[in-house]
Design a protein around this ligand. Structure first.
Ligand code: NAP
Length: 211
C-alpha cells in the first residue's frame, strides 16, 4: 500500500479529571467512538488539573486506577498515564504534542470533554496551536444552553485563524456527575448504577470522600 493510500487513524482522547469516572463518561466515549468512527478512545486522567486546587480531588494514581477498572472490559478503550506522570499542571497542548509524536503524522485526534471545559478552550495554554492539533467534541446534557459556544465561532478580527473545530454531542447519561457521586458517598447514599460495580467497590473499600 502506498503512503497516499494508507488510512489515517482516528483517535479519541477523553480528557477529564475523572474524580471519579462514572457511566456518563463511559456513554460519552462510546457515543463518540460510534458517531465519529474512531478507532479507539484513550482516557486521559489529568495529573494536576490546571485550574483546580480542590482538596476533594483524589491523587492521580487513584483516579487512574478507577478509570482502568471502569474501562477494562471494553477493547476499544485504553487509559493513558501520560498526564498523571507529567509534573506540573496538565496542559492539553503538551498532551496533544506528545500523542502526535508517538502516533506520527497519519493520525487525526478528537479531544472529547465536557462542554463547560470546551467553551473556554481559547483561554487554554497555547490556544492558537491547540486548535490546529485537534478537533473538539463537547459533551452536553439535554437542556444545556449552547449560547456560550457562539463566542468560539465569532472571533475578533485578526483571530479568525484560531477558530476551533467543535462538535456538540448531547448525552442524556451526563445527568450523572462526579460532584453528585462524591456527595452521595459522603452522605452514605447509594452510587450503584451510576458507576461500574468495580468502581463503587473500590471507592467503598478505600473510604474516599467519607469525611
Ligand atoms: P471540569 O471543569 O471538571 O468539568 C467540566 C464539566 O465537564 C463537568 O460537568 C464534568 O462532569 C464534565 N466532563 C469532564 N470531563 C468529561 C468528559 N471527558 N466527558 C464528558 N463530560 C466531562 O473539567 P476538567 O475535567 O478539569 O477538564 C476537562 C479537560 O480539559 C481535561 O482534560 C483538562 O486537562 C482539560 N483542560 C485543559 C486546560 C488547559 O490546557 N489549559 C484547561 C482546562 C481544562 P464530571 O465532573 O461529572 O466529570
Amino acid at each position: 500500500m502506498s503512503q497516499e493510500e494508507k488510512k489515517r487513524s482516528r483517535l479519541g482522547v477523553m480528557g477529564g479529571t475523572f474524580n471519579p469516572i462514572h457511566y456518563g463518561h463511559l456513554v460519552t466515549a462510546e457515543e463518540a467512538l460510534f458517531q465519529f468512527k474512531l478507532d479507539k478512545v484513550i482516557f486521559m486522567p489529568s495529573g494536576q488539573p490546571p485550574h483546580k486546587t480542590d482538596r476533594e480531588i483524589l491523587p492521580p494514581e487513584e483516579r487512574y486506577l478507577l478509570t482502568v477498572i471502569a474501562t477494562a472490559s471494553n477493547p476499544n478503550f485504553v487509559v493513558s498515564r501520560l498526564e498523571i506522570e507529567r509534573t506540573g499542571p496538565s496542559y492539553t497542548i503538551d498532551t496533544l504534542r506528545e500523542l502526535h509524536e508517538v502516533y506520527g503524522p497519519d493520525i487525526d485526534i478528537f479531544f472529547i470533554t465536557g462542554a463547560d471545559a470546551v467553551w473556554e478552550i481559547l483561554t487554554w495554554k497555547d490556544a492558537a496551536n491547540l486548535v490546529e492539533l485537534t478537533e473538539f467534541i463537547a459533551a452536553t446534557r439535554p437542556g444545556y444552553s449552547l449560547e456560550k459556544f457562539k463566542k468560539l465561532h465569532v472571533l475578533p478580527e485578526g483571530q479568525e485563524k484560531n477558530k476551533p473545530r467543535v462538535s456538540i454531542m448531547e448525552i442524556p447519561a451526563l445527568a450523572i456527575s462526579s460532584t453528585d457521586i462524591r456527595m452521595r458517598v459522603h452522605e452514605n447514599r447509594p452510587i450503584s448504577y451510576l458507576v461500574p460495580e468495580g468502581v463503587a467497590n473500590y471507592i467503598q473499600k478505600c473510604g474516599f470522600w467519607k469525611d
